[in-house]
Design a protein. Sequence first.
Length: 193
Amino acid sequence: MRDPLRIGFVTGATPDKWARNWRSHRREPLELVPVTEADQVGGVRDGSLDMAIVRLPVDTDGMHCVRLYDEVQVAVASREHLLAAADDEVGTADLVDEQLVRPHASGWRPDAEQLEWPPMSEQDAIETVAAGTGVVILPMSIARLHQRKDVVTRVVSDLDPTTIALVWLLERDDEVTQTFVGVTKGRTARSSR
């Protein structure tokens, strides 16, 4: 029996539909491996993963990188926060006086002086804002993953979306790898590249 194709996936990424498609059409086993955002390409570089579904930006030196989809960013705050009164969307202008519980990945920062927060997971950040302290900006998939009844989520309309991509080493460009890339791009056994 062949070794499984090991695909890492960062929190919030949705590899299930591709895994189902793979498993229904291929004999090679497929193994999905959760990875942290901090180490989303480490397993590909050290060879413990064949490929990874990552959230950009990552260092893609020596790697192929195929963009898969974008997702909007949202602000999460306590249900008692002023954001709860907003409709479905807010802009960064609505957040300029806020305390961000985690630094924002894009580098955007509110005008208000920011406290130094200890490093924390997305789940910890949502628990912190649920207690009434500040807001956190996250990709929508992560906010949904850690959804709670005591928080509200609002799309931040003027922040660029985050991008989910598939990466693998340049030297690992074989038929199995290209077939999985095709699965993520919606190609079938009868379609051509």
